[in-house]
Design a protein around this ligand. Structure first.
Ligand code: NAG
Length: 121
């Protein structure tokens, strides 16, 4: 009996230590995707800068990265909307290129990230 009590106490202590709760609450509050910028075209080598796109952003969001880069790796994608990423600033419809980062997709894209906007929300 004494052993059972001790085991239960240890188990509860271990659960409390392993489940601080904060990261889960943050993920549920605002879907995000993390972006790292690389000098080469294939997301290799040392990244030069990084940013986070949070789904709480509405409208067009200009990327402030000024370091030279040629590719972007997106990871930790918890988005529920598609992130449309434009090569130029101000999300222009008829200039430059864009690609769509789908919810849950972590991947390397060989394109400038001038601006971005959430669509299909
Ligand atoms: C990006 O690619 C261009 C064209 O290949 C190259 O000239 C430039 O040096 C690259 N930028 C960086 C930071 O490596």
């Amino acid at each position: 009996m004494q052993l059972t009590t001790l085991t239960l106490t240890s188990l509860l202590a271990a659960l409390a230590a392993a489940a601080p709760g904060t990261p889960v609450q943050e993920r549920q509050a605002t879907p995000t995707v993390y972006a790292r910028f690389y000098p080469d075209a294939g997301c290799h080598g040392d990244w030069v800068d990084d940013t986070v796109f949070a789904q709480s952003q509405t409208g067009c969001y200009n990327n402030g990265i000024t370091s030279p880069y040629n590719s972007t790796f997106f990871s930790g994608n918890t988005l529920t909307c598609t992130l449309r990423i434009y090569s130029l600033p101000n999300c222009p419809v008829n200039q430059g290129n864009y690609f769509d980062l789908q919810p849950g997709v972590d991947n390397c894209f060989a394109q400038k990230v001038g601006s971005a906007q959430f669509i299909n929300c």
